[in-house]
Design a protein around this ligand. Sequence first.
Ligand code: IMP
Ligand code: MG
Length: 187
Amino acid sequence: MERTVHDDIAYVLLEHERIQDRVRQLSDQISQDYADTDDLLLVGVLKGSVMLMVDMARSLQQDVALDFIAISSYGQATKTSGVVRLLKDLDTDIGGRHVLIVEDIVDSGLTLAYLRESFQRRNPASLRICALLNKPSRRQADVTIDYSGFDIPNEFVVGYGLDYAERYRNLPYIGVLRPEVYTQGND
Ligand code: IMP
Ligand code: MG
């Protein structure tokens, strides 16, 4: 058999079906909570949130606008550098609009703390946060996640948008990488 991308995965933490079910639940909740507004803007944090953005947007029961920002705090390491850089800003003005930030994972919380502050200064009508994964044990900044998919242990995970050095984003599930894949040359 030929090697595939799956061979680098030590084990699967969240199967595709389980992710899909949870995303549907979150979308139902969001559809209910925003039922009275026709002006919901989903802001995806590139690139990790792309799978979640697409699946969530398709499950929502109302019309939503989509925008994306890109941020960097990692480089090629598996631990945050603590320095958040904005690589691409919003295309749209969020003043007076209902904004829901869609993020793949909250780890230290530094990225979202930075984003929340940056967005709040632009005076949106409301600002909430949705994150598929939460690693509570690693928190350095205090962030409230309004819609949280799964709490996970302190393991470096890849798949369903999440990468290691830009790889593994296309895995349909979320898995833990074999340590030998990233111990060489990092940290
Ligand atoms: P924070 O600023 O430390 O909360 O980091 C959040 C960002 O770090 C996420 O948007 C991810 O891009 C990345 N990240 C954190 N933990 C993981 C992980 O386990 N796998 C892949 N990326 C991660
Ligand atoms: Mg990210």
